[in-house]
Design a protein around this ligand. Structure first.
Ligand code: C2O
Ligand code: CU
Ligand code: CU
Length: 494
């Protein structure tokens, strides 16, 4: 038996799994013979919970347990006994009541990523702490004009966000379309990554992995490794994809099939555009329409270079670096997420797609304030000196400090500057951002994003309408290790 370091004892304690390690029973992920993930299972869908009579009221219990991951039982964390948790489905104008029951060994809380709801009180309040053994009643009111689309929920207790998501705590939220998009099938694909240790429990991340942003050895869709889907030629499927990975970027391709991008993050485009590939930074979502063509195709995540912080770990710098250089990282062909088999008699073409409501255009709006937010990873700023700091405008997160004060009802323009040699996906709660320009290049189409990738040594410009809600919330890097290490700021709208 390997000695357990204090940190891993703490983490395993947090997962409630120290017993499993000590007992040594059912240890299928042995240290020297790591079994291959089971592939080719039929794609599962998380159970759906839908609103009725204008309300969705349910509870989410976060607890440790044994869950099927990559086709084997693994010690992890789940909501309501599953990874992913249930899919919550509701409409604009409705009320969502969620009781979070914390059966973890550590504090947690809940965040509804991307939803435009109040950040105050028992709303989408990132400052709430739900202690182990206790529960908290959240209530969220979606405005009548809330954008339809794909959102997600995950824990947001500062310092533990990456660990808890990596261990399995996440689920999808769907705000239904006012006019439905005709599709032969609708699938939720929650993409996550994780690593298991020799005992078959979710592994802890090292200090270096946290600084680089950990990437798990297993890349999963709804907890499955390369599951299988079938369709008939001509079927039009709607795939709702969330990047739930702590730090991994997903550059997705589905060669051999007709792909259209219906939506990115919140809302949807007026009409879907033909695409070859989509890049999802951690936290981003894409809704794809797949028109099936005969044959077998693979949804693949192909390598994306998100940069590296050099100078600390020798020649290669500290991870993840160029994907091809990384040990165990897939070659240029990438990792297969899902295999689609299209077979049988063709079906008649699918009905026309109704036009979506174009997102609000902020480029012609009056800008009340302009700000610059600088994301940086200065050396010597971390604990103990000699470590790396994770800062926004030179400061690490302090929940007692308000970093940005905004006048309610105004539109602001923010320039997001990245002074570090790795990408940082910038995320703002509650108020969606319109991406205006990337590295000085103006964007043609108005799109609402709640996660905007700020390239290494580059910058992005966004506009934000601070409407509907006041209160205190946060913005942060959605490489959640970076958020936990301090790359987060407090915003107050008043
Ligand atoms: Cu998905 Cu504040 O995060
Ligand atoms: Cu969020
Ligand atoms: Cu970051």
């Amino acid at each position: 038996m390997q000695p357990i370091s204090r940190r891993s004892a703490v983490l395993l304690g947090g997962l409630g799994l120290t017993g499993a390690v000590a007992g040594g029973t059912g240890l299928w992920w042995s240290l020297n013979s790591r079994p291959e993930p089971v592939t080719g299972e039929t794609l599962r869908q998380p159970p759906a919970l839908s609103s009725s009579g204008g309300v969705l009221e349910t509870s989410l219990e976060a607890a440790p347990g044994q869950f099927p991951l990559a086709g084997r039982q693994a010690g992890a964390l789940g909501y309501n006994g599953g990874i992913p948790g249930p899919t919550l489905r509701l409409r604009a104008g409705e009320v969502l009541r969620l009781k979070l029951v914390n059966k973890l060994a550590d504090p947690s809380n809940l965040h509804l990523h991307g939803l435009h709801v109040s950040p105050q009180g028992n709303g989408d309040n990132a400052f709430v702490t739900v202690d182990p053994g206790s529960s908290f009643d959240y209530e969220y009111r979606l405005p009548a004009g809330h954008s339809p689309g794909l959102y997600w929920y995950h824990p947001h207790h500062h310092g533990r966000v990456a660990d808890q998501i990596f261990a399995g705590l996440f689920g999808a939220i769907i705000v239904e379309d006012p006019v439905s998009v005709p599709a032969s099938a609708e699938r939720v694909l929650l993409v996550s990554d994780t690593s298991l240790n020799g005992a078959g429990n979710v592994a802890e991340a090292s200090e270096q992995e946290r600084m680089a942003g950990r990437e798990g050895a297993l890349l999963l869709v709804n907890g499955q490794a390369n599951p299988r889907l079938t369709a008939r030629p001509g079927h039009r499927e709607r795939w709702r994809i969330v990047n739930c990975c702590v730090a991994r970027y997903l550059r997705l391709r589905l060669d051999g099939q007709k792909l259209q991008l219906l939506a990115m993050d919140s809302g949807r485009f007026r009409s879907p555009a033909d695409v070859q590939e989509v890049l999802l930074a951690p936290g981003n979502r894409a809704e794809l329409l797949v028109t099936a063509a005969l044959g077998q195709s693979e949804l693949r995540a192909i390598p994306y270079d998100r940069g590296a912080i050099s100078g600390m770990m020798g020649r290669r710098g500290m991870g993840p670096g160029r994907p091809a250089d990384r040990e165990g990282y897939p070659g240029p062909a990438g990792t297969t997420l899902v295999t689609l088999d299209v077979d049988g008699d063709p079906v008649p073409p699918a009905a026309v797609i109704p036009a979506g409501t174009a997102p609000p255009e902020l480029r012609s709006a009056t800008v009340a304030a302009r700000r610059q937010l600088v994301l940086d990873t200065p050396m010597g700023a971390g604990m103990g000196g000699g470590m790396m700091g994770f800062t926004i405008n030179g400061r690490g997160f302090d929940e007692r400090r308000i970093d940005t004060t905004v006048a309610a009802g105004t539109v602001e323009e923010w320039v997001l500057v990245n002074r570090s040699p790795m990408d940082h996906p910038f995320h703002l709660h509650v108020w969606p951002m319109q991406l205006i320009a990337e590295n000085g290049r103006a964007l043609e189409t108005a799109a609402l994003r709640d996660v905007v990738n700020v390239p290494a040594n580059g910058q992005c410009t966004v506009r934000i309408a601070f409407q509907d809600f006041t209160g205190r919330s946060v913005y942060h890097c959605h490489i959640l290790d970076h958020e936990d290490l301090g790359m987060m700021g407090v915003i107050e709208v008043r």
